[in-house]
Ligand binder design. Sequence first.
Ligand code: BTN
Length: 333
Amino acid sequence: MKKTGTTLQHILQRLREETDRCLSGSRLAHELGLSRTAVWKHVQALKKQGYPIASDGRNGYRLLHPPDLLLPGEILPALTTSWLGRSYHHRVSVGSTNEYALSLAAQGAAHGTVVVAEEQTAGRGRLARPWLSPAGCGIYLSMVLTEPLPSRDAAKVTLIAALTLVQSLHRDYGLPAAIKWPNDVLVQGKKVAGILTEMQADPDVVRFLVVGVGINVNQREEDMRGPFRYPASSLALETGHAVRRSPLLAAYLNGFERDYERFRASGFATFLPDLEAVSAVLGKHVTVHCGNEQATGRALGLTAEGALRLEASEGKERELWVGEIHSVTALTT
Ligand code: BTN
């Protein structure tokens, strides 16, 4: 017998509705038009996915507590998207979700395919840095976008992906999140998330983009020790309590599809006021490393293409397309 997703979803839904008592196997079998053995097999499949289900031959089944796993059964019912996450790949452990998503995209994965892992063993950040991805603590997400875009739009999509997250952290968690151009999400000056966008492109047109989002959710101080160039933190440390990952991920996917659609319909410039409002560097004195070069000056804002506008020391304005901000200092007037 094939364990279909919808039957699994149905059993899960029924178990969720009756967590205070056992749901009998024969009742489930009757509701679903299945044999009791078939119900038992579906329950075993749910247990294998990680759902803590107590089974008692006489009384039936009971979901002990909803796990904070990023399983399709936790995320898909909460999605309001039309294309994002409609193909949803969940892995317990993977090298890198970006790597996995890039290979799916190369094999023709649909626009909006999502890869999520509970753990990454070779998570990667910008500039080939490792991204610590301990099991069950964070969100490690990659989204495949296959619409043809000019290559220069990749940086805009990265900024929009960061903005979606920052706005969700403000709205749903009351956190004063900010974007450190081009891809870091900070809370109180500490990095809680980063975006790594990778692509396959012909000379000017993107064939597909993989937008990788890493969020430190329930990491403790000891989970984040490492040679970081920037102090790191997690949402749990910043809010003072554990944060459930599944509602955050579902809200993020819903929000990103909305924002991406707006970008496609109305353009990047419509995001500039919001991006500047949540900038961690605007008006501050910054040092930006761009390859072997270093630029310093006051961050003035973003261009309509997503480049950083810098007022260099000699008063001239510069636009930086790539780079990494190494120091941010408030200017005293
Ligand atoms: C950075 O700040 O340097 C970017 C970090 C991006 C990490 C995410 S986790 C999910 C996806 N898979 C990866 O290997 N990296 C990205």
